[in-house]
Design a protein around this ligand. Sequence first.
Ligand SMILES: [Ca+2]
Ligand SMILES: [Ca+2]
Length: 197
Amino acid sequence: MTRGSFIRRLRCDQRGNTIVEFALTAPLFLIVLFGILDFSWQYFAKLELQGVVNAAARAATLEGNAISQTTLDNEVRRKVLNVFPQGEVTFTRKAYDSFGEVGDPEAFTDANSNGQYDSGECFEDVNGNSSWDADRGKTGNGGAEDVVLYTASLRMTRVLPVWKFLGQSQQSVLVATTVLRNQPYNAATSTKQVICS
Ligand SMILES: [Ca+2]
Ligand SMILES: [Ca+2]
């Protein structure tokens, strides 16, 4: 066989094309597939966490909030870990005077009319930490009839290594929130005062 005819045959031979194309596209296909599966798993985990938190909040309301904070936390943790045994569940609470105030900033007198709080402007220190806050919530369970924003965070390792391929963390943190209402017989702890310094 002459050198010219060999090159012509090689140029026309397409038997290896499929293998080469597969080798080039397979990693991308797997990353997309893993990404879809990971997203679905995260979505399921988030729904599960929110469902448990909602159910716990309802139970706490039905029982007149008679169960303690620790009991409520342990109940949520137990149910979540039943589904995700490798997870780590933590909780935070922020107390507000009413539902309408959840996430609101502390009120202030906008002395220079620039639409934002500036040092030296008078403000109502609702949460008692002596500084102005963009979120007036007071850390903890608050007092009588307070509204409590209850947040549960679930930290766990993702099932599929898709994020590792992309150089990202394999850890995932999912968050679920609900609002609880304290009973009138809880101890009141109002610390509101106006500060102008
Ligand atoms: Ca201002
Ligand atoms: Ca404050």
